[in-house]
Ligand binder design. Structure first.
Ligand SMILES: [Zn+2]
Length: 406
């Protein structure tokens, strides 16, 4: 279904009753930068981000519910949880963004620019504020800090997680119990979670379902509780309905495999006039050659068998769709073993691969020699594609990829 992003988003019902979050016609939701805070330091920290996209209020609504339940039930609580709103102006307007996507531009240069040019655009101001708040909240010691970033999708979707593929992130993701999609950060430059992961904490992105579906709020609420349990803030037996929440997440998975890998991204430029064929559900299977949309040049097809991922059913956004494929669990176990054994240093001996002279964690890969198999092997060893130049890939090892809390 094609849903316009500009339609007003409402506060919706705070309960989990039927209906659409937009049904009563109030445009957007109001929130301060700090949605809520609970507990105290020292101890583990959980930082929740919500509404980085203004047409995704489900995360903010879910966090309000979690804080209300915490206040009401007062479980034994270790450490601190804080929830931060992303694009406050866009949340109020019920739009993905006002001038630019706030989940882009988190490269070191983009962050410098936003901080230097406070006031240039609505999103520059939001980003500068977020940088300051995140610095304070993350603090110096990030070893026992987890960050979750709550999103929703324009297409109907079961809930799933996105993450930079480090062993620590995988371990945290496993305790949430939802399918993972690996490699999204290779396709999207400058997402907030990427810079957060690189700065030390364990970090996960959560996509809870369709933007306006009240069930998305329920899923976000459940995931936040699972994160509180996994982080050691609340004991499973002290969290009200923990078991039924875990069960609800499992059944929302609806038999989907647990791990996927991104194979392809369809970029959309202004003027492409890209439209997705209606009716695709997230993770729906597609075959090579299938026409999945149109743009100004004609039909748009997929190039390999797989599953359609994040099909674009809103008028703002520059990812038309992705293609993902299932990853066998044995692959994950093998890669964890290889990374723990620090076999990654052997990668430079593969044909077409050289260690970069100045950066110890970077490899330069000749694209003519190193094709998909090599890319797969490098993923296995914990490298991610950082840059593509004419004849070369540059791969970088993901930082913080050795220590695991199991
Ligand atoms: Zn989003």
């Amino acid at each position: 279904m094609n849903r316009a992003v500009d339609a007003p988003t409402t506060l919706g019902s705070e309960g989990s009753g039927p209906g659409n979050l937009r049904s009563d016609g109030i445009a957007g939701i109001d929130t301060g930068r700090v949605i809520g805070r609970y507990g105290s330091r020292p101890g583990p920290r959980l930082i929740c981000l919500a509404g980085l996209h203004g047409n995704e209020p489900a995360g903010v609504l879910a966090l309000r519910r979690v804080f209300a339940t915490l206040q009401e039930t007062r479980p034994r609580f270790n450490g601190e949880m804080v929830a931060i709103a992303g694009n406050i102006g866009a949340l109020r307007a019920g739009r993905r963004y006002l001038e630019r996507d706030l989940n882009r531009g988190w490269s070191p240069r983009g962050m410098d620019r936003a901080e230097a040019s406070t006031g240039a655009s609505a999103e520059d101001r939001e980003q500068a504020e977020l940088i300051a708040v995140l610095r304070t909240e993350l603090g110096e010691d990030r070893s026992d800090t987890r960050v979750i970033d709550l999103h929703t999708t324009s297409a109907d979707s079961p809930p799933f997680l996105t993450l930079a593929d480090t062993l620590r992130n995988r371990s945290f993701a496993r305790s949430i119990g939802l399918p993972l999609v690996l490699g999204i950060e290779e396709q999207i430059d400058g997402a907030l979670l990427e810079v957060v992961t690189a700065s030390g904490p364990v970090a996960l992105g959560i996509e809870a379902g369709q933007h306006d579906d009240p069930v998305s709020v329920d899923h976000h609420e459940r995931v936040v509780w699972m994160a509180l349990i996994a982080g050691g803030h609340v004991a499973e037996e002290d969290a009200t309905h923990a078991r039924s929440m875990r069960e609800a997440l499992r059944s929302a998975r609806n038999g989907l495999p647990m791990v996927f890998e991104v194979r392809y991204r369809k970029p959309v430029m202004p003027g492409d006039r890209f439209t997705m064929r209606p009716g695709y559900r997230n993770f729906q299977r597609v075959s090579a050659g299938e026409i999945v949309g149109r743009d100004r040049l004609g039909p748009v097809t997929v190039h390999e068998d797989g599953r359609i991922f994040l099909p674009l059913y809103q008028d703002q956004g520059n990812d038309g769709f992705f293609v993902v494929r299932d990853v066998h669990p044995a692959w994950l176990r093998l890669s964890a073993t290889l990374r723990r054994a620090r076999i990654s240093s052997l990668a430079q001996w593969f044909p077409g691969i050289h260690r970069a002279s100045r950066r110890e964690d970077a490899l330069i890969v000749d694209r003519r020699i190193a094709r998909w198999l090599t890319v797969d092997v490098l993923h296995l060893l914990g490298y991610r594609k950082a840059r593509v130049t004419r004849g070369w890939y540059v791969f970088r090892r993901r930082s913080h990829d050795r220590r695991v809390r199991d």
